[in-house]
Design a binder for this molecule. Structure first.
Ligand SMILES: [Zn+2]
Length: 124
């Protein structure tokens, strides 16, 4: 049991660091997306077109922001579970989530069995 606790300490630390990193990255992307947005009603200049092809496109930025947002949400959710002592417990069946699974995916909300069942249901 002591080993499980050790792992949790590490996971908690890395999740805290990740949360900070993701929040910063989100801010950076938000600024970038603002900078990439052309003025409404303006005719795109040759200079702008050149920038647009060089830099990240608006769609690409939106996709990245979406992924980041989701990761940040999952990370914060996992951290909040530490606070209430529910970290590493499957949200569906209440069983402890496999340690090896938590190592690879510390934000996991379900154990492997439930994840499979739930994703099958979602896919149907
Ligand atoms: Zn489960």
């Amino acid at each position: 049991m002591a080993k499980r606790k050790d792992l949790f300490e590490k996971v908690r630390e890395s999740l805290t660091a990740q949360e900070k990193r993701l929040a910063l990255e989100k801010e950076r992307l938000a600024k970038e997306s603002l900078a990439a947005r052309p003025e409404i009603g303006s005719i795109p200049s040759a200079e702008f077109v050149e920038q647009a092809t060089e830099g990240l496109s608006q769609e690409r930025l939106a996709v990245e922001q979406g992924i980041l947002e989701k990761l940040l949400m999952e990370t914060r959710l996992a951290l909040s579970k530490f606070k209430i002592g529910k970290y590493g417990i499957c949200e569906n069946c209440g069983k402890p989530i496999d340690r090896s699974r938590l190592k690879v995916y510390p934000q996991a909300r379900y154990d492997l069995d439930c994840e499979k069942t739930l994703s099958l249901k979602r896919g149907a």
